[in-house]
Design a protein around this ligand. Sequence first.
Ligand code: PEP
Length: 234
Amino acid sequence: MIYASNFKTNNTRAYTKEYLKTLNEFMGKNGIKDEIYIFPTSTSLDTFKNISLNITIGAQNAYPAKNGSYTGEIGLEQLDEFGIKTILIGHSERREILKESQEFIAEKFNFFKEQGFRIIYCIGETKETRDMGKTMEYLWSEFDGIDLEYKELIVAYEPIWAIGTGVSAKKEDIDEVLSALRAKVKNPLLYGGSVKDTNIKEILSIKECDGVLIGSASWKVENFCKIIKNGQKG
Ligand code: PEP
């Protein structure tokens, strides 16, 4: 299974180091073999040489350029310095708050695809879209310009109305969307939106669910470890 943690604008560089040390020890002690992705803030990126091979550090965002004049952004050169080869693209907070268009998101996707990055590509509908019965139509439109055959692609379905609200989508609703996505996406499918230690087991039991992308419930390492522990089979 895949467990990904998106720190968003949380945690310091010092705490990120401590977080990874604790997580690494927890994984070793408990023989956890799952694939773990951590997306710290860009100021916390580093090489983190002493962590287990199944923990991958990724960037929450980067500008689709090697370097240049893009004030406030980081580019490929800054990611290369730390050997970062994984990136989140299309998160709803970047689409909604930072007004990233589908065209720009596709440009970013294609730039990092060219560089061979593993891309966790996020899609998700608003509550209004869902209420109008247009969820799938909307989700497919978020794939405009995106190569669904790209071998390093992971898709994260994150309904916007379930993000940060404490209320996850219902099992049947996630099941329905992931099954529909599976028709065109052969790569791993994640669910994100208020995943926590109490619902992880149920979410991972969904047929087409290959893992989770977690925000708030993963920012403290002990909570993230508890989620991973509760998600184990048996
Ligand atoms: C997210 O924003 O990717 C997310 C899943 O957040 P949360 O877990 O807090 O709902």
